[in-house]
Design a protein around this ligand. Structure first.
Ligand code: DLL
Length: 433
């Protein structure tokens, strides 16, 4: 049976959703014009005033916001409410430049947690469930967001945060956790640890997992589902827009429903900034229509995916986004060819490897090199050079047909590539250093 947290909104008719979006967008543009001088200036430069925005059909008239704007306006330049009305900040784990600091009023926290509650119920969660939140807590939005959502559902919440893997497994077993929330790479690692401890899918009480914060392939989903004996649901979000729960998967597991009563999604061509029709791949752009403290207007996410409005069997009517293929800024250009790490992952998992790999890109004698170090699984581990060479050759061929370019593959012994408790770092691009 399908569970919903707010069925009247999640299953509203298209007409109702559009009416909500029209009303909220007009109000939000006025709010931003009146309270965020940084964006007002951008609107003035484009010759747009709030009177020009009468419905979502006028959305394209508004200027975009990008990460560069966030850096320029750091820390308070995009605030839509006085600090006395804000109750929380969260921040990204950004490794380059200034971190993003997002502000929340209590209203903003409530709507964010409601989005997470919708995601938990779409994964089958109710107040009878025990939800273990193994995303990091603190500045990262993963832990606080799912924690709040789980409270709203009324589930018993275990706030383990990330790390201390054996203790995680102890809590899952001792407190009968039924839903696990963490990054997909950490879920895979937990599965690996459980195997080592002699625990199979039937020995653990988990029934579902809500995994996101990084790109992961369908193949990785199948592996995690098999090892943990669960159904694995994708969840998407970003700090700028609140955190996890901007969109989430339902029982259909074919794309994530975007919470359209809070966020309007567009797909644009990242080069020309032209808005593209549904079904076309491009960069995802979001407008938050009822966030007070940190309103984002046409925010360019850099995430590459497609949208679909096809009817979904779960009964939800909100538009679905495909699993993001990667970020346009994660996309590697190697010898002129566009390569997404997720494509490499797909090949590795198809060949029976786990998602423990490292991609190293360098430039030698003015030519780009692509090295992929891949861990053998304990089952396939061998020290027979001939066998290893044959396995490497098969991967080189698999990668060549997926990417169109040749990679050097090195197989390494099990458990030699560092595991991640949060988002995995899998690419080292030495060309930038
Ligand atoms: O990662 C929020 C989050 C926490 C989402 C927990 C899901 C679960 P940031 O640290 O700001 O926020 O990173 C946002 O992560 O623009 C995407 O590139 C990537 N991302 C997030 N979820 C997914 C996903 C959180 N399900 C950036 N699939 C986004 C692919 C994802 N990429």
């Amino acid at each position: 049976m399908e569970h919903y947290y707010q069925p009247e909104i999640e299953c509203a008719s298209r007409e109702e959703i559009i009416a909500i979006q029209n009303e909220k967008l007009v109000r939000q543009v006025r709010h931003v014009w009146d309270n965020v001088p940084y964006y007002r200036k951008k609107m003035e430069e484009k010759g747009v005033t709030p009177d020009d925005i009468k419905s979502i059909d006028d959305l394209h008239k508004l200027p975009f916001l990008s990460k560069t704007d966030l850096r320029e306006a750091y820390p308070y330049g995009l605030l839509g409410k006085p600090l006395k009305d804000c109750v929380r900040i969260q921040s990204t784990s950004g490794t380059t430049g200034k971190r993003v600091v997002a502000f929340y009023t209590q209203h903003d926290i409530d709507l964010w947690e409601e989005c997470c509650a919708r995601a938990i119920m779409a994964a089958g969660g109710t107040n009878e469930d025990v939800v273990q939140v193994s995303y990091g807590y603190g500045l990262f939005t993963g832990g606080p967001g799912l924690n709040g959502g789980s409270h709203k559902v009324g589930s018993l919440t275990i706030p383990t945060s990330s790390g201390n893997t054996e203790r995680q497994i102890m809590f899952i077993m001792d407190l009968s956790a039924t839903i696990l929330c963490c990054t997909p790479s950490y879920a895979a690692y937990l599965g690996e640890k459980m195997k080592e401890m002699g625990l199979g899918p039937d020995d653990i009480p988990l029934k579902a997992g809500i995994f996101g914060a990084e790109a992961w392939s369908e193949e990785m989903r199948h592996d995690i589902e098999k090892t943990l004996g669960i159904k694995a649901y994708d969840i998407y979000g970003l700090t700028e827009l609140s955190g996890p729960g901007v969109s989430f998967e339902c029982s259909e597991q074919r794309g994530m429903h975007i919470n359209e009563d809070h966020f309007i999604a567009e797909i644009i061509d990242p080069e020309t900034e032209e808005v593209l029709p549904d079904g076309t791949q491009g960069e995802l752009v979001f407008t938050s229509i009822d966030k007070e403290a940190f309103p984002m207007m046409r925010y360019r996410t850099r995430d590459i995916c497609t949208l679909t409005r096809e009817k979904c069997s779960c009964g939800r009517t909100h538009v679905r986004m495909a699993k993001p293929k990667g970020r346009s800024d994660d996309m590697l250009i190697i010898r002129g060819v566009n390569v997404f790490p997720s494509q490499i992952e797909t090949v590795l998992l198809k060949h029976g490897y786990a998602a423990n790999y490292q991609i190293i890109v360098d430039r030698v004698n003015n030519t780009d090199t692509l090295d992929v170090n891949v861990e053998m699984t304990p089952e396939m581990f061998t020290d027979n050079i001939g066998e290893i060479e044959a396995m490497q050759k098969a991967l080189v061929e698999g990668l060549k047909s997926m990417l169109g370019i040749k990679a050097k593959v090195t197989l390494v012994a099990p458990k030699t590539i560092t595991r991640s408790e949060g988002k995995a770092v899998r690419v080292i691009d030495r060309r930038k250093i």
